[in-house]
Design a binder for this molecule. Structure first.
Ligand SMILES: [Cu+2]
Length: 111
């Protein structure tokens, strides 16, 4: 019985430290009044960016530009309060736009 308690404690300790190690930095973009706010976001490699829709209507967060969408990611945010996130493991500049409102554009700069 004592052995089991020790194993459980050790398992909990490993679980908690693993969580701390894998927690990637997070960055947030609001989608509000037909704009991405901010429209440029700078993050470190390995970060996760979360977009949250503050408008009542559906917006998308689609990778690429309206002329050349690449759909490396394509989030559909169907109304107020919906959100989605994308991880960026590699450095680079990742433009995105809203497929329903092509004037809505932004970019993620991963360093
Ligand atoms: Cu939109």
């Amino acid at each position: 019985m004592r052995g089991l308690a020790f194993v459980v404690c050790a398992w909990l300790a490993i679980g908690v430290s693993a969580l701390a190690v894998t927690a990637a930095p997070e960055s947030a973009v609001n989608v509000q009044l037909f704009k991405f706010r901010p429209d440029r976001i700078d993050v470190a490699k390995g970060s996760r960016v979360t977009w949250t829709n503050q408008d009542q209507i559906t917006h998308t967060v689609t990778s690429g530009t309206p002329d050349t969408p690449d759909r490396a990611f394509d989030l559909r945010l169907a109304g107020k309060g919906t959100s989605g996130n994308v991880a960026f493991p590699n450095a680079g500049v990742y433009p995105f736009f809203c497929e329903r409102h092509p004037a809505m554009r932004g970019s993620v700069h991963v360093n």
